[in-house]
Design a protein around this ligand. Structure first.
Ligand SMILES: [Fe+2]
Length: 178
C-alpha cells in the first residue's frame, strides 16, 4: 500500500512517501513506530554501505590519486609508481629552470605493451604547467620541462598514470624569490 504520511521534524511538517506493509491489529504496533523502525534500519544500511564503499575505494588503485602510505617505508608498488621530481627548491622570479619528472627512478617500472606509463603531468599546486604522453616500449617515462614562475603557492606536483595501477602523485617544495 502506498501511503502519504505527514510528520513533524524540528517543528516543520515533512512528507514521507513509502510502501507500508500493514501489520495485524494484534501486533500492538502503531504506524508511526513502523516508520521509525524502517528509517532506523535504512540509516544503518546507508552507514554500512558508506563504510564498505570507503574500504573498497581504499583498495581500488583506480579510485582517486595514489600516494605512499608511509613515505619512509614504501612498498615496491609505490616505488615503481611515485613520480620523482628533480627541480631547484628556490628559483628567481621569471627565470627559466628545468624540472625533471621520472617514473621508476626508485624502482624500475615495466615498459611493455600491456603495462606502461601513459602520461605525466606537472602542476604548481593546482596550476597546470606541462604534460607528456608516452608509448609503450619506445618512450621512457621521463619528462623534462622548462618553467618560469612569477610566484608560487604550494608545491610542484607531478601526476603519472599507469594503465594497470592508476594515477599516482609526487611532490617537491619550491619557492620563488626576487
Ligand atoms: Fe604499473
Amino acid at each position: 500500500m502506498l501511503k502519504l504520511v505527514i510528520r513533524r521534524s524540528y517543528g516543520r511538517p515533512v512528507c514521507v512517501v513509502g510502501w507500508l506493509v500493514p501489520e495485524p491489529a494484534w501486533s500492538g504496533r502503531t504506524t508511526g513506530r513502523m516508520i521509525d523502525d524502517e528509517w532506523r534500519t535504512r540509516k544503518e544500511v546507508v552507514k554500512m554501505t558508506a563504510r564498505e564503499e570507503k574500504a573498497k575505494c581504499e583498495e581500488d588503485l583506480f579510485c582517486g590519486v595514489n600516494r605512499p602510505k608511509d613515505p619512509d617505508n614504501m612498498t615496491d608498488l609505490e616505488k615503481k609508481h611515485i613520480p620523482v621530481i628533480t627541480a631547484p627548491t628556490s628559483v628567481k622570479k621569471g627565470e627559466c629552470f628545468e624540472v625533471t619528472v621520472e617514473v621508476g627512478k626508485l624502482l624500475a617500472h615495466p615498459n611493455e605493451t600491456g603495462h606502461f606509463i601513459q602520461f605525466v603531468e606537472l602542476y604548481l599546486d593546482d596550476t597546470y604547467l606541462a604534460r607528456m604522453d608516452f608509448t609503450a616500449k619506445t618512450t621512457c617515462p621521463t619528462m623534462k620541462a622548462c618553467v618560469a614562475l612569477d610566484h608560487a603557492h604550494g608545491k610542484l606536483r607531478a601526476f603519472e598514470r599507469c594503465n594497470l595501477h592508476g594515477t599516482w602523485v609526487g611532490e617537491a617544495p619550491i619557492e620563488v624569490t626576487g
